[in-house]
Write a protein that binds this ligand. Structure first.
Ligand code: NIG
Ligand code: FE
Length: 411
């Protein structure tokens, strides 16, 4: 058994509810804290000197500078397995070009599909692992990764197999999601409904057979899949045993309702959600996932996170890291910025990137520092946890622990 400490502060996030608003005085902060870990789990947490005297440990990992400790973060929505890059889309968008003009000049999701199809498994594995390591260096140890740039049986499976291979290499927990319903690929001959049936009949059975993913996502939007066909598709995916998550209300409202109606684990984006639907979502078990990185990448408004919390919803914040709408890949910066625009308390932001985002992935064994939880935590050299969001992501994590062990610094 290993005792790690002393930390100037440990922000445990224990005793915070799953849903609704939080005030900062609800945060439990252990001064001069220590964490006793064994076999990947937290055995005990409390005053360092007390734990030391108690003597249950067989070794001490001494923290000899002023550091604080928090649960490691969970990024519940990413598209970090992709080929190519879309810097030209970004520049064109900022130069005033429309979605259509960008697509016509070879940009948009379809261009990432072509690059991803053309990339070998080895290339994809290498770049995906680089992005995973970059997220770990921020203190993120649980990472959802979507397919959705393959868009046919062969290439969707290729992406999901790459994610599986990455899982065999990284210590982080990867949660793969099948997003074959990202867009009807240009080379599919048939209607979008027929493409959705193709996913159900051809792709999902194979995904299940190879145990590549337990989650299914869809992009419901005017330019992608329409509400009725999407709902039918999601119910079929659910009947096959998949958990559901939805790209909802990014530009037009309505689809977060479908997410709730089909019992989705999460509805993500929500930049365009109308008040009535916020209430509907907030009354449900479906997690509302804000993606400020997409708002920043596109210059669109932010998800109404304040209203979601005030209506007692479950709010998570994720990076949406992808080559098109959200190229930044820094969840801490994005969450801090969302907090300033939406007026979120520090407790609300920390909850949204820890146990609330883990809940969106159906993982309830992490995101709080308490006995029995997974020993994933992150430390920063500072004497006050408020500095993390205050510095808007420019204060880097010092050490990231996975299963009680310090990860090797890769960046
Ligand atoms: O979450 N909205 C749809 N899908 C992605 C964007 C993917 C892309 O542009 O490549 C998103 O923002
Ligand atoms: Fe996304």
């Amino acid at each position: 058994m290993k005792l790690i400490g002393p930390f100037k502060q440990i922000v445990t996030l224990v005793n915070l509810p799953l849903r609704g608003k939080l005030s900062d005085d609800q945060l439990e902060i252990i001064a001069n804290g220590g964490i006793l870990v064994d076999d990947g789990k937290i055995i005990e947490i409390g005053n360092f000197d007390f734990l030391k005297e108690e003597g249950k440990h067989s070794q001490i990992e001494l923290i000899d500078e002023e550091q604080i400790c928090l649960p490691a973060f969970t990024d519940s929505h990413t598209h970090i397995c992709f080929g190519g890059n879309r810097a030209n889309d970004f520049a064109m968008r900022n130069a005033g070009k429309t979605y259509l003009e960008i697509a016509e000049s070879g940009g948009g999701i379809w261009s990432s599909v072509q690059h991803t199809r053309n990339a070998s498994e080895e290339e994809l594995l290498k770049t995906t692992l680089e992005r995973i390591n970059s997220l770990i260096s921020l203190g993120i140890t649980t990472i959802e990764i979507k397919s959705g740039y393959g868009l046919d049986l062969e290439n969707e499976l290729k992406m999901l197999r790459v994610i599986k291979k990455a899982q065999a290499i990284t210590e982080a927990t990867l949660v793969p999601t099948c997003l074959s319903a990202h867009l009807k690929p240009r080379d599919f001959e048939g209607s979008s409904e027929e493409y959705l049936n193709y996913i159900v009949d051809e792709i999902l059975p194979q995904v299940k057979k190879e145990k590549l993913s337990e989650r299914v996502d869809i992009f419901i939007e005017k330019s992608a899949f329409q509400p009725e066909e999407s709902k039918k598709f999601l119910l079929k995916a659910k009947a096959l045993g998949f958990q559901i998550t939805v790209h909802a209300d990014q530009f037009t409202p309505g689809s977060s309702r479908i997410a709730v109606e089909v019992g989705a684990k999460s509805a993500d984006h929500l930049e365009a959600t109308i008040d009535e639907d916020i209430q509907f979502l907030a009354n449900s078990e479906t997690v509302a996932v804000a993606l400020p990185g997409a708002s920043l990448g596109l210059g669109e408004k932010f998800t109404p996170a304040r209203k979601i919390l005030d209506h007692d919803g479950i709010l998570a914040i994720a990076s949406d890291w992808n080559p098109g709408s959200a190229p930044m890949g820094n969840l801490i910066t994005q969450a801090s910025i969302l907090a300033t625009f939406e007026k979120l308390t520090t407790a609300e932001v920390l909850a949204a990137i820890t146990f609330r985002s883990a809940f969106a992935l159906n993982l309830e064994d992490r995101g709080k520092l308490e006995k029995g939880k997974k020993a994933d935590f992150v430390t920063f050299i500072t004497d006050n946890f408020q500095n993390i969001l205050y510095q808007q992501g420019s204060m880097r994590a010092e050490n990231v622990y996975i299963n009680g062990n310090k990860t090797e610094k890769k960046l």
